[in-house]
Design a protein around this ligand. Structure first.
Ligand code: NAI
Length: 258
């Protein structure tokens, strides 16, 4: 018995990192999975890996910051698999020029908010009606630990976008709590995926971040996928509106142990 048997799961940004491993895990637990991304080769790659492992998956190209594409993505899931039960809004960017509030260009702000915040809004805007028609479901929105704590290395647009994800998720959770839809966020700590690769490539920058993590290591995408599976499945049936922190202890720490 899989933990997602009979469910249809849509994962945005599933061509890479956390989204990819979540899509694969959801499939291995019995879900039919719609893989969505803007990098088609990467998305198709995730689908191939799922199919090679005996799972059922299909790819749809969608830029989550565009309403028509987000709507078509959800329609594709419903048309392909007959409904929608899990919506994982995972696609996100970390812009290299995202910096201090005094030093971040408007276009960097706009792009980050468009993908990281409006993208989650659009995924929910179109995902919720499809879930209601399917008899309910679980929304898993990917935020970040920086939605809860101020980062000493500033990244104002990213931080603001992720704070918005937490607030929006709570409101969606409350509004639909009696109609069979749960909505929760995950707040990952720094995870070794392509998103952070550039940032972590330089040993000094890497070390500067590591000192803030009580566990003394970065996370792996699989560890976030595991949390996403819990929130996606009925095992988390009493949870809604929550922010699940998966961060190696960062948000628990005032000072880190030597
Ligand atoms: P990643 O860069 O490995 O994967 C992100 C995926 O999103 C890529 O496949 C990319 O093509 C896709 N994408 C980018 N823009 C898109 C758009 N407009 N529409 C659709 N897809 C788009 O990144 P990672 O690390 O797997 O990140 C996934 C989520 O986790 C993001 O929301 C990120 O902010 C969040 N996160 C990541 C952390 C980390 O340390 N890696 C820490 C906290 C949160």
């Amino acid at each position: 018995m899989g933990r997602l048997d009979g469910k249809v799961a849509l994962v945005t940004g599933a061509g890479s990192g956390i989204g990819k491993l979540s899509a694969k895990l959801f499939s291995s637990e019995g879900a039919s999975v719609v893989v969505s991304d803007i990098v088609d080769d990467a998305g198709e790659g995730t689908v191939s890996e799922i199919r090679d492992a005996g799972g059922d998956a299909a790819y749809v190209h969608a830029d989550v910051s565009k309403g028509a594409e987000a709507a078509a993505m959800v329609r594709f899931a419903v048309d392909t698999y007959g409904g929608l039960s899990v919506m994982m809004n995972n696609a996100g960017i970390f812009h290299p020029q995202d910096d201090s509030v005094t030093n971040t260009d408007e276009d960097v702000w706009d792009k980050t908010i468009a993908i990281n915040l409006k993208g989650v809004f659009l995924g929910c805007k179109y995902g919720v009606p499809a879930m209601l028609e399917s008899g309910g479901g679980s929304i898993v929105n990917v935020a970040s630990f920086v939605a809860i704590m101020g980062a000493a290395t500033p990244q104002i647009a990213y931080t603001a976008s992720k704070g918005g994800v937490l607030a929006m998720t709570r409101e969606i959770a409350v509004e639909f709590a009696r109609r069979g839809i749960r909505a929760n966020s995950i707040c990952p700590g720094p995870i070794e995926t392509p998103l952070l690769q550039e940032l972590l490539a330089e040993p000094a920058r890497r070390q500067r971040r590591l000192v803030h993590i009580p566990m003394g290591r970065f996370g792996q995408a699989q560890e976030i996928a595991n949390a996403a599976l819990f929130l996606a499945s009925d095992e988390s049936s009493l949870m809604t509106g929550a922010a699940l922190v998966v961060d190696g202890g960062i948000t628990a720490a005032y000072v880190t142990p030597e």
